[in-house]
Write a protein that binds this ligand. Structure first.
Ligand SMILES: [Zn+2]
Length: 263
C-alpha cells in the first residue's frame, strides 16, 4: 500500500485470484490519502472466438463477501486450487524435481496457483525464472498442467450482481495469453448484468483498446484500466495503467455490496 501511495495513486484495488483473504490486511495497511477498492479476480470460462471454451478473468469489485452463493463458489475454487497445485507439484516431485507439495502450498497463503510452484522451481534451480517455469513446464499444454473447473462466465456475472458487486471483464484482448473471448459473448453478458470492460491494460494493443472502448460505449459499459500489478512476477509498474475518475465514479455508483475503504 505504501508503494501505491508513492506511485501517486489516490485509489487502489486489491483483486487477488478467487479469494478475499487479503482484504483486511490491505485495509489495515492503507496510508492516509489512499482509498481501497476491495475486489477479486475470478477464473471463469467463456465462449472463444472459435466457438470452443476459453479461460476468462472476471474482475469483481465492491461485492458483499457474505453473499451466500458467491461465497460458496469461492470456497469451491479455493479447494480446487489447493488440490490442483498439490497434484502438479507431486507429479513433478515424482519425476525427480526438487519441489515439495507441502512447502509450495505453505508459500501460497490464501490463493494457491502456478506462480507459487514456479517460484519453488526457481528456488530449486530447475529454471532461471518464473517465465521459464511457465513456458517449459507449467503451461496449459505443458507436461504437468492439471485442469480446473472454472466458473461459467454467465454464472459469475450473475453472482457478482447478486452480491451487490460490479463485474468487469479483465484483459479481454490479451492475445499473448492465448485465444480470445468472443465479442458476441461480451454482448450477451452485457444483457445479463455485466458492468464493465477493462481497456487500458499492458497486454492490449492500441487497436484492441480502440475496439474494446467502442464496444463498451455501444453497450453502456464502464471503461476501466489497470496495471495488473503482481509485485514480483510481472514487469509492469504499479499505477502505470489506471481508470479515469469519471469511470471510477460509475463503479462506486453501481456497487452496493461493500464500501470503498478510506477517505
Ligand atoms: Zn487476469
Amino acid at each position: 500500500m505504501g508503494k501505491a501511495a508513492a506511485a501517486g495513486l489516490d485509489v487502489v484495488a486489491i483483486t487477488d485470484h478467487d479469494t478475499t483473504a487479503g482484504w483486511d490486511s490491505a485495509a489495515a495497511a492503507l496510508p492516509p490519502g489512499l482509498r481501497l477498492v476491495r475486489g477479486m479476480e475470478m477464473s471463469c470460462v467463456g465462449d472463444g472466438e472459435d466457438g470452443a471454451p476459453v479461460p476468462v478473468h472476471l474482475l469483481a469489485y465492491l461485492f458483499d463477501p457474505n453473499s451466500a452463493a458467491f461465497a460458496a463458489e469461492r470456497e469451491r475454487l479455493r479447494a480446487e486450487r489447493v488440490t490442483r497445485l498439490r497434484t502438479m507439484t507431486e507429479r513433478m516431485a515424482a519425476d525427480g524435481y526438487a519441489v515439495d507439495a507441502d512447502a509450495v502450498l505453505a508459500s501460497a497463503g490464501g490463493s494457491a496457483g502456478r506462480p507459487h510452484l514456479a517460484r519453488a522451481l526457481v528456488a530449486a534451480g530447475v529454471v532461471d525464472s518464473v517465465d521459464e517455469a511457465f513456458t517449459r513446464l507449467l503451461a496449459h499444454n505443458g507436461p504437468y498442467y492439471v485442469d480446473k473447473q472454472d466458473t461459467p462466465l454467465d454464472d459469475a456475472v450473475r453472482m457478482v450482481s447478486a452480491a451487490g458487486g460490479v463485474s468487469v471483464i479483465a484483459h479481454a484482448r490479451a492475445r499473448t495469453r492465448g485465444r480470445l473471448l468472443a465479442i458476441e459473448h461480451i454482448r450477451r453478458l452485457a444483457a445479463i448484468g455485466l458492468n464493465g470492460l477493462e481497456i487500458d491494460h499492458p497486454d492490449h494493443s492500441a487497436p484492441d483498446r480502440e475496439l474494446l472502448a467502442e464496444l463498451a460505449d455501444s453497450l453502456g459499459l464502464i471503461r476501466t484500466g489497470s496495471s495488473d500489478y503482481h509485485g514480483r512476477n510481472k514487469r509492469v509498474g504499479l499505477g502505470e495503467y489506471h481508470t479515469a475518475a469519471g469511470e471510477f465514479e460509475r463503479i462506486t455508483d453501481c456497487a452496493s455490496g461493500a464500501a470503498v475503504v478510506g477517505k
